[in-house]
Design a protein around this ligand. Structure first.
Ligand SMILES: NC(=O)CC[C@H](N)C(=O)O
Length: 535
């Protein structure tokens, strides 16, 4: 499996030693990411220097660029300093006093600082005064000695420097992170002992840094998408998240679970190759449902009857490894087994039920005609199924896993009640997510009846077909559709993978501080409330 054929050639991956280390993490919300946050618009950048004054270039990325190996490579010469630095850093992280952090040992000091600025979409002012040994600029900037770059709020910097020096760990203030109104105004200024060595726009440097990746991507991805992403990167701002019901998710306690009435039952339906069923069960349970883990075999053998359920969820994944197309095998089990087909149809037609299909489940619902059905086809087919929607391959021609920004539209979907106009991030993870309608008429009907419940949006919150905001190229940015009566919802991105704040790849600092659950939790609470209202 470590060999690939390229034309006539077989390219073998060289033998590589991989060492994986695992450690328990007492609190996963206490993580530090490299993107500079610019607390109060200007953060302090500190360098924790574990190189013991050495600036060796052997084995560095820089040496490799010059096709050299170098003579001396960095080493851990002072394990004791390393241990103390680790403990101080852990303590600071535990006290939430570090806003960003990165390691020097993969590309050197300048690479670490720049990567932090690129990810934070901001500028930096750096002046390196600390070096006593008169190392050359290139050594100071590119040596991959052990060490950390930390960003801390202005108010913390003196204390943090004090914490390291109390343990005799060298730590220096090397500069500041600077937020400006647009990324293209952000500047990178680097001086060594007062002499300027680099002054350039952050976006220009980021383009240089990204170029190699984009070159590689052109071999792996539709080049049109790569060009779009590359052009768009210069202009990228922060996504404009908007949560109209914010007060409901700050200081949140699950209200559903306090009900005295019997908890409505929901079936989380799996098939060979499904995933995300646990996340789904977790959020449904949290919203107050009695959750049942069932699989297609349970339906085929009639061990489980759907009559007892108010909710049915088709989860995501790779049912039958997506052979012949996503969810095709799953749909075949549902359509060609009459018992299963009958059960599903009966369930769908009952007016006290709801269903949700996520990703692979969304693809299944399309194949079964539960959303955007083709009514003519339905009437003329023996199975009574009229598939009007098809989930085609992403325009990028590859699997896309991204934290996409989506907007909730005004639709009859019961799960989105009171959530209209929400703009927030949701995980997308699919290879076949582009919604294609069997006819223009079906598409127009869906639009006329407001059945498009969710769209992918850009940084301005506008529905978009532009990659990678829209990860698959779906027309007008469509990400989810519901049935006429709003009971059945098919959605490509995964709300169940981001119903808690820590599951979200990004969100504004204020939201991260304040939210007990993510806005997507409300979808499940809505479903629960709807069931109680109906019982
Ligand atoms: N996450 C998913 O459910 C993926 C669905 C499907 N296997 C696809 O790649 O399109």
């Amino acid at each position: 499996s470590m060999a690939a054929r390229v034309g006539e050639k077989t390219v073998k991956s060289p033998g590589t030693l991989v060492i994986s280390a695992y450690a328990a993490c007492p609190d996963i919300t206490m993580t530090v990411t490299p993107d500079l946050k610019c607390p109060d618009n200007k953060g302090c950048l500190l360098m924790v220097d574990l190189g013991g004054g050495c600036r060796r270039l052997g084995g560095s990325a820089l040496a490799q660029c010059y096709k050299q190996l170098g003579d001396q490579s960095p080493d851990l010469d002072q394990p004791d300093v390393f241990r103390k630095a680790f403990n101080v850093t852990q303590k600071l992280i535990g006290e939430r006093r570090v806003s960003a952090g990165h390691d020097i040992s993969d590309g050197g000091l300048i690479t670490a600082v720049l990567e932090m600025a690129f990810a934070g979409n901001c500028g930096v002012n750096i002046n390196l005064e600390f070096d006593q040994e008169n190392h050359k600029a290139i050594e100071v900037l590119f040596s991959e000695e052990l060490g950390l770059i930390l960003e801390v709020p202005y108010s913390e910097s003196t204390n943090v420097l004090g914490e390291y020096s109390a343990q005799d760990v060298p730590c220096y203030l090397i500069g500041h992170s600077v937020k400006s109104s647009t990324p293209s105004d952000s500047l990178v200024n680097v001086s060594i002992k007062g002499n300027e060595v680099l002054k350039e726009k952050m976006t220009v440097l980021r383009d240089v840094w990204e170029e190699t990746s984009f070159q590689l991507e052109r071999y792996q991805t539709n080049p049109k998408c790569v060009t779009q992403e590359q052009a768009g990167l210069k202009e990228r701002l922060e996504p404009q998240y908007h949560v109209p019901f914010e007060s409901e998710i700050i200081s949140f306690t699950p209200k559903g679970r306090n009900t005295r009435r019997p908890h409505p039952k929901v079936a989380v339906l799996r098939e060979e190759g499904s995933n995300s069923d646990r996340e789904m069960a977790a959020v449904l349970h949290m919203a107050g449902f009695e959750v049942w883990d069932i699989n297609m075999e349970d339906l085929c053998t009639e061990r489980i009857n759907l009559d007892q359920f108010r909710g049915l969820v088709f989860v995501g994944g790779f049912s039958y490894a997506d052979v012949c197309g996503s969810a095709k095998g799953w749909a075949a089990t549902a359509l060609f087994n009459h018992k299963v087909q009958e059960q599903l149809l009966k369930y769908k037609e009952r007016d006290d039920t709801f269903s949700l299909g996520v990703c692979n489940g969304c693809q299944l619902m399309a194949l079964l005609g539960w959303v955007a059905p083709d009514e003519d086809l339905k009437e003329n087919s023996n199975s009574g199924v009229g598939q009007g929607l098809f989930l085609d391959h992403n325009l990028s021609e590859r699997f896309e896993c991204r934290f996409t920004t989506v907007k909730i539209l005004d639709s009859p979907a019961i799960m989105f009640k009171g959530m209209e106009d929400t703009v927030f991030g949701m995980w997308s993870a699919h290879g076949e997510g582009r919604m294609v309608f069997r006819s223009e008429e079906i598409y127009q009907d869906v639009c006329r009846d407001n059945l498009v419940a969710v769209k992918y949006v850009d940084d301005q919150g506008k529905p978009t077909e532009t990659y990678p905001f829209n990860p698959n190229g779906s027309r007008d940015g469509i990400a989810a559709l519901c049935s006429d009566d709003g009971r059945h919802l098919a959605i490509m991105p995964h709300p169940e993978r981001c119903f808690l704040p820590w599951q979200c790849a990004w969100m504004p600092q204020e939201m991260r501080k304040n939210y007990d659950v993510s806005p997507w939790y409300k979808m499940f609470q809505n479903a629960f409330d709807w069931c109680l209202g109906q019982s």
